[in-house]
Design a protein around this ligand. Sequence first.
Ligand code: PGA
Length: 246
Amino acid sequence: MRIVTFKSHEEMSVFAAKYILNKVKSYSKVNLGLATGGTPLRTYELLIDDFRRNFTSYQNVYTYNLDEYCGIAQNHPNSYHTFMFEHLFNYINIPKKNVHIPKGLSDDIHQEARIYESIIDELGGVDLQLLGIGENGHIGFNEPGTPFDRETHIVKLTESTRKANSRYFESMDHVPEKAITMGIASILKSKEILLLASGESKAEAIYQMFTGEPNIDCPASVLKNHPNVVVVADKQAASKLAPIKV
Ligand code: PGA
């Protein structure tokens, strides 16, 4: 696991966008794992800028989102489905059939999770997985305590995650209590991982993931077990690492 640090969120986003574009341009077909949240927003804007200026094609890009809230429809303003179309897919030439986002409304949500995992496997697995990190060290919606061998599954969101995400909802009461998420084992199957961390609120999680052995109290620490992980952080997110010189 290596870390690259930048002075600002803007600089780290430029790096992340270039990293993704390099994959999209270098291979005839790419399976990209994508994340939602505030951190990758600027990266997505830069991909859209590039598409407008350079017409980089996404015809042969297939995407797999990490997670989705349970109990809300795809067209709900706060669904991750809506987020991805409003912040990226509507502005690039990706065919809709290439987009995969777990469904949070289903008669059998556990079956939905199994189907999602098998779709990713059958289509060749994720080549590059983009991740954010929660203040509590979660990746996807894998909260602290999630066993490392879980594949796509249903989770009960912790109060801290619901609180962090309540900024997008009318009130805390409107934040869903459950989500469907790729598991830690699903994430570890990706060939390469790019984790983005921005801001002081992520400093403790970044410190925990780099220090000590992988442990389920900090889900992101499992990435030490993966051979190809790049952590992209701004100086605030990396601030607690400075004394240990990673
Ligand atoms: P954020 O979310 O980018 O909005 O901070 C990251 C996450 O919770 O994984």
